[in-house]
Design a protein around this ligand. Structure first.
Ligand SMILES: Nc1ncnc2c1ncn2[C@@H]1O[C@H](COP(=O)(O)OP(=O)(O)O)[C@@H](O)[C@H]1O
Ligand SMILES: [Mg+2]
Length: 399
């Protein structure tokens, strides 16, 4: 027997596993590393975050990713090179970060690697009859497994699509397992580059759980800042948006996109929410001369609007608490706008649930990796209305 298969078998039998979750979303800000201790599986899963850090990508690496990111036409050679390169860069970051934390690679049972999304094209986006939903994450996991000597579970999204899903968002599984609560209706809202939410009813009824992307999270704000200021990556603490006023004509034009007319649940990416999206709305509303302050105030409000509008259209409960994660939780104006637009629902950071909002997505992939090797809950034999009952992830062995 391959030693690593034997090792994997031993890992499945452990009462607690140590799994390192890796996440790099569409913001391209850096690699999130969440080292977790995890026990049991399915709805009995218990996770404890041991260490967390986001390692920022350097400009050169970011530019290399951007050269193949969300573009209909790219160099095929660059794509091929980047698949291996991202795997290698992630391995280096892992080895350095574990050393910094004084953790030996041998003490980590598994890595859960999301990879870097470079294109996300559900059928609703490409609209080509003969093709189905599709998404592509790169950063080859054999490179990670070999260079860290840690078994690496990866490429989680493909089976979701194979089983009839959109490939995203996958938060529904971890949210349902970890955060369902019979005391209250909950919305887990993640505001990364793209924003998504999971509705968890206090009934715990799987058929009532909803998970969907809402559209842009931070991405429109980030893209505009990056196009306007050569040295800024995002509107830190909404410093720029706070100096402007919302422009109603522009707001209307931004909202007038067919994505918002599509039925829920749905998924999207920067393939739609990009600089052209903003430019088209500026032209359509005759607001090209608007100040950067008013534009950022409008984009900030628009982001809060599409988030709250999607929630309102899907969740009818009178009482519900919203718990926010992802980088957007650090944007005070965005949080204020969301609270104002949904005054009856209390909005807080996932911190109050004991979950670091920056680490949450990486933790959710730790849960998926744990399910990949240990998921044997009744959950997988039940069919349900809203998400395929499957475990996800492929297994890369170090040797
Ligand atoms: N202090 C802050 N003020 C405003 N926005 C912030 C702040 N901190 C983080 N962000 C936003 O969060 C983004 C990163 O969010 P993240 O959850 O990592 O997204 P992704 O999953 O797409 O990588 C940044 O690009 C920025 O837009
Ligand atoms: Mg990020």
């Amino acid at each position: 027997m391959n030693n690593n298969i034997q090792k994997l078998h031993q890992i499945t039998n452990k009462s607690e596993r140590i799994i390192l979750g890796l996440m790099s979303g569409t913001s391209l800000d850096g690699l999130d590393l969440a080292l977790c201790k995890i026990a049991e599986s399915g709805i009995n899963t218990k996770v404890e975050l041991i260490n967390f850090e986001t390692i920022a990508f350097d400009d050169d690496f970011k530019k290399d990713i951007q050269s193949i990111f969300c573009k209909e036409e790219i160099s095929l050679e660059k794509l091929c090179l980047m698949n291996a390169h991202i795997g290698l860069v992630h391995s280096q970051i892992i080895n350095e970060t574990l050393a910094k934390w004084n953790i030996k690679n041998g003490d980590v049972d598994l890595i859960a690697s999301h990879g870097q999304t470079i294109y996300h094209s559900p059928k609703s986006k490409h609209q080509q009859q003969k093709f189905g939903n599709a998404t592509l994450q790169i950063g080859d996991a054999d490179h990670i497994a070999f260079n860290t000597n840690i078994i690496t579970i990866n490429d989680f999204r493909q089976k979701h699509i194979a089983a009839g899903g959109d490939g995203a968002p996958l938060a529904i599984y971890g949210d349902y397992f970890l955060l369902s609560n019979k005391e209250e209706n909950r919305i887990l809202l993640n505001i990364g580059g793209i924003a998504n939410f999971t509705f968890l009813p206090s009934s715990l009824n799987i058929d009532e759980v909803i998970c969907t992307d809402v559209g842009a999270g931070n991405t429109l704000m980030d893209i505009y800042i990056q196009s306007h200021f050569s040295r800024k990556f995002y509107d830190k603490n909404a410093a720029i948006a706070l100096q402007g006023n919302v422009n109603d004509d522009l707001l209307k034009a931004l909202s007038n996109h067919e994505f918002f007319k599509q039925p829920f649940p749905k998924t999207t990416g920067q393939e739609i929410f990009n600089l052209q999206f903003i430019e088209k709305a500026l032209e359509a509303s005759n607001t090209i001369d608007i100040s950067v302050y008013d534009l950022m105030a409008t984009l900030n409000y628009f982001t809060a609007f599409i988030i709250t509008d999607s929630i309102r259209k899907n969740v009818q409960e009178k009482e519900c608490s919203i718990y926010v994660s992802g980088g957007g939780v650090n944007n005070p104006l965005l949080m204020q706008n969301i609270q104002q637009l949904l005054p009856n629902y209390k909005t807080e950071s996932t911190n109050v649930l004991g979950i670091n909002p920056d680490a949450k997505e990486a933790i959710l992939f730790v849960v998926l990796a744990n399910e990949c090797i240990c998921g044997n809950d009744d959950f997988y034999t039940q069919s349900n209305k809203n998400f395929p009952p499957i475990t996800m992830g492929k297994i890369s062995l170090p040797r």
